[in-house]
Design a protein around this ligand. Structure first.
Ligand code: ADP
Ligand code: MG
Length: 389
């Protein structure tokens, strides 16, 4: 599953060799959960699982894009973009909304999107919290940049990808996923200020692995709960405005203030906002810890984050708690917490590399005997962002 298979798949489908290959990774988030939509700080890293596209300019005005993982082509041109239809009038398959969404967003920005022949495939698991969708988007943004002969910065491409996902695909995501896929750096975590979009990279020791453990629990009403949490944060901002007039997001509340301010809030809102403010504080703290290579203390912040997501933000479930508790008791584990929206999905674990395979084995066993479920567990390392190969 890499650039060689993208090339051979392209030759199979189109009968000639592709002009170029791009690679764009998935991502994990080490710290800063449920703070992106509060304009706070997040700490994602791109990972060594990625989407690969092999592509060439098309000699026609139609793009033919094959999703190898779905064994399905989509054929489209500019005319069918807003109707989300293919050139034969049939609806675009759902996966094609990501590439066509990118095409739409790029064209909205006045950028050329020449027709292409392309195949793409990915080893980022879909719908598991590693952001396969952003990796597809950032790969196509770079493919079109290459064919279109224009240049936008990685952050600008990330914003165009977010726009495609928000407005064309119809998913209300923040900027973190596309940002990490576009701007990732090997063996680095990225500290992003979601308001200013300023960021810097922080070193992750080569001796640690990023282990993602999927509980395999998928809750149906997750988006409802996610929207509830977003609304709670907005409501809190509105209530606090009486005290802090110019305030527009929870990221502006200081750690010392939240204790006082929370007293005047309904208990549920007090818990939610305390999580957000303290979580931003933890990401702030993580900066000097990672600079000093102190993964031990950094791992403690991840553990604290889990407690906060469980008790204050209340987005955990027994399966996530079990996965985290088991992990925290294993050799080589610095920190473990639930990651993503919650109510199912994955945990992220920071693990000493030499113990990583043993960790995976024991975590899987422990989780299985505790819950009867078979988890999917991925060992990752921090990798480069989207690149032409
Ligand atoms: P994730 O958390 O992995 O980003 P999403 O639901 O946001 O989950 O995105 C998953 C969707 O992205 C898939 O249903 C599919 O439409 C698209 N996608 C992701 N990976 C691929 C792939 N390898 N091939 C085609 N489409 C993909
Ligand atoms: Mg996604």
């Amino acid at each position: 599953m890499d650039m060689n298979s993208a090339t051979s798949q392209f030759k199979n489908r189109f009968g000639y060799s592709p002009a170029r290959i791009v690679r764009a990774p998935g991502r994990i988030n080490l710290l800063g959960e449920h703070v992106d939509y509060n304009d706070g700080l997040v700490l994602p890293a791109a990972i060594d699982r990625a989407t690969y596209i092999a592509f060439s300019p098309s000699v026609t005005d139609r793009s033919t894009i094959v999703a190898v993982d779905f064994d399905q082509p989509a054929v489209f041109s500019v005319e069918g973009l807003s109707a989300k239809s293919q050139t034969d009038g049939s609806p675009l398959p759902e996966w094609a909304h990501y590439p066509t969404g990118l095409m739409w967003a790029l064209r909205e920005a006045g950028l050329a999107t020449p027709a292409m022949d392309a195949v793409f495939l990915s080893n980022v698991p879909r719908g598991s919290g590693l952001s396969s969708s952003a990796s597809v988007e950032m790969a196509f943004a770079l493919a079109w940049q290459t064919l279109g002969g224009w240049t936008r910065s990685p952050m600008e491409r990330a914003l165009l990808g977010q726009k495609a996902e928000n407005q064309y695909v119809g998913v209300n995501c923040g900027i973190m996923d596309q940002f990490a896929s576009a701007c990732g750096e090997e063996n680095k975590a990225l500290l992003l200020d979601c308001r200013s979009l300023e960021y810097r990279s922080l070193p992750l020791p080569e001796s640690v692995s990023l282990v993602v453990a999927d509980t395999t629990v998928r809750r149906k009403l997750t988006s409802g709960e996610y929207n509830n949490r977003r609304n709670a944060c907005e409501e809190t901002v509105n209530l606090l405005k009486d005290d802090l007039r110019a305030m527009t997001s929870l990221s502006e509340v200081h750690l010392v203030d939240i204790t006082i301010l929370a007293k005047g809030l309904p208990p549920e809102l007090a818990r939610r906002s305390r999580h957000v403010v303290e979580e931003i504080g933890r990401v702030n703290q993580s900066q000097s810890l990672l600079e000093a290579g102190d993964v031990q203390q950094f791992g403690q912040l991840m553990n604290q984050c889990h407690v906060s997501l469980r008790d204050l933000y209340e987005v955990s479930i027994p399966e996530l708690d079990a996965m985290v508790e088991i992990a925290q008791g294993l050799r080589g584990c610095y920190g473990a917490r639930l990651t993503g929206a919650g109510f199912g999905g994955c945990t992220i674990n920071l693990v000493e590399r030499e113990h990583a395979s043993e960790f995976v084995e024991r975590l899987a066993k422990g989780y299985e005997s505790n819950t009867g479920l078979h988890p999917e567990i991925y060992i990752c390392r921090a990798s480069d962002g989207a690149r032409l190969l």
